[in-house]
Design a protein around this ligand. Structure first.
Ligand SMILES: [Zn+2]
Length: 207
């Protein structure tokens, strides 16, 4: 990535350095050599003002604990998790806060293989049976990605997972308070995919 791991933690760090740090953490996790434990002394060490360098929006899936898969300690990253990383105003407002008030230069949207939320949207479109309650909101928000692929496509589930990540990235790049910093290059919004079997995070559109 052309950046030294650790640079992302400096105040005013670049999106590129932040991404390099995040991916370096994932490589530590994958290699079975994490350096960050989750003990109370680490919590105490980070008990002053927070200076996170990235915000990760991921799914609620219990197999994708974000601080662990990026080997991040207390105070390093802000984490937001919803079913299928679906956006709503609370999520967007939280990201706007982290970027605008805390100066975080990187927003990562992380999807994952075999996502149940995307599967629910595929099922709803195939059967024509929309779920009740607020689950309908999740399905409705994911449905466009499924429709774009075509719900009768045999590979719709993995393809829609990727499409939904890209759609979420685009929505955030166009967000009222994020579009300016993104256009100025101060903030990057990037999409990734987590492999449940290997623990690896791959960028969907590395650049
Ligand atoms: Zn999921």
């Amino acid at each position: 990535m052309g950046a030294t791991p650790g640079q992302g933690r400096q105040a005013g760090g670049t999106p590129r350095a932040a991404l390099a740090d995040l991916l370096a953490g994932n490589r530590r996790f994958v290699s079975g050599q994490p350096i960050h434990g989750h003990d109370v002394t680490a919590a105490a060490a980070a008990s002053g003002d927070q200076q996170p360098y990235a915000v990760v929006l991921g799914c609620i899936d219990s197999r994708v604990p974000l601080e662990a898969i990026f080997d991040q300690t207390f105070g390093a990253i802000c984490v937001i998790r919803t079913g299928g990383h679906v956006l709503d105003r609370a999520v967007c407002g939280s990201i706007e806060y982290v970027v605008g008030q805390l100066g975080v230069p990187l927003v990562m949207v992380l999807g994952h293989e075999r996502c149940g939320a995307v599967g629910a949207a595929v099922d709803a479109l195939r059967t024509g049976e929309r779920p009740g309650g607020s689950l309908a909101y999740l399905v409705d928000e994911i449905a466009p990605a499924v429709t774009e692929i075509g719900f009768d496509d045999p590979a719709v589930h993995p393809l829609a997972i990727r499409r939904h990540v890209r759609r979420t990235v685009r929505t955030l790049r166009d967000d009222d308070l994020l579009a300016g910093p993104v256009a100025a290059g101060r903030v990057a919004v990037t999409g990734g995919l987590y492999d449940l079997a290997t623990g690896e995070v791959a960028l969907l559109d590395p650049g």
